[in-house]
Structures are given as structure tokens and as C-alpha cells.
Design a protein. Sequence first.
Length: 204
Amino acid sequence: MKAPRAKLRLSAAEELENVAVVNRHTYSGPRDNSYIYIGRGTPLGNQWSHTPGTAAAHKVETREDAVSKFHEWLSSQIDKGEGPVFRAIQQIKERVAIGEQIKLACSCVPQLCHGDVIKGTIELLIHNDRHPAQTFQLEPRQIQRSQPALDKSRMELPRRDAVCFQMSTDLGIGSAQQRSRAARKVGNAQFRRVFLGPRQAIRR
């Protein structure tokens, strides 16, 4: 079965189908030598978490922050060229490079997981081994936070519509058409009541 596409790409290195990140709670495949747990308590466990009550050593605000911090830390460990983290990555890399099927097991999938960083790192290292004349660098980068759903009740108006609102409230001027246009762009009943007043909000 084809491995699912990674949620996070760290470089232009080819994505390899024989290494995948799986959820250890829902994975139904064999838990043999191809199954590698990468959670806390192992050299590749993520010591940053946004979830209260975990065994993580460091608390951050979001899942993206936790994965980003792990990415920076893993990069520094690989740069050392020694130690348990470096050896763990090298061992997995060597097995993936010869075509073994590897499942990196954690608890986050299908959400963003530090396993996505491990997978991307291994793919990058394999690419560099295979193409020494065209190597890529593993550089710490800020993983973009997912955007929360817009709360229109707190949404700021675009500048042009804000001018209409300012005119209609503070200065008492501005045409009904301008005020209606601003309300339509916001598209929220609460804002129509604030901007246009109860009568025009109903008449819309």
C-alpha cells in the first residue's frame, strides 16, 4: 500500500514511500522489526508539547510550536555527528535507504507530528548520500501555525470599510449605500446591527 503524503516537507528531497509515520493507537499492521516507536522514552521522542500533563520536559503553546522546536533540536543533534539521537537517525536511514519498509510510530497522526520531521530528515540525508553533487541542507525553520477559524465578531474591517464606519458613527455622515456595502463585506448580522442600526439591519 502506498504511504500517505507527509504533512511536512523539509526540503526538495524526494519523498520515499517505504517510510511512513503511523499512529500507534490505530495502526493495524505488523509490529515487527519494521515498526519503530519514536515517542517519549526513546532517543527520538519529542520533549516539547502543547498538551498539559504529558511527560514532555518543555511546554509550548501549540502543536506547531512543539514540532518546530523538535526540528531545531534534531538539526543540532545531527550536526554533532554523535550521540544516541544521531545513531538512531543513522540506523533508520540505513534501513530506509536499502528499501526496507519502516513505520515510525507515535500518537499524533493524522495531525502534524514530530515523526514528520524525522521522516523528512531521513529522506534529506538519503538524498545527500545519493547525490553528493546536489546536496540540500537541513535548516531549522519555523513551522507555520495553522490558522484558527475567523471570528467575525472580532474581525477588523478593511480600511475602506472602516472609513465608512467611522463616517457613519463618529461624524454622522456617509451614505446608506456606503454603510450597506461595508456591512455586506463583513457578512455578519451582529456587525450590521452595530454599523447600520436595527432598522437598516432588518431592511437589508
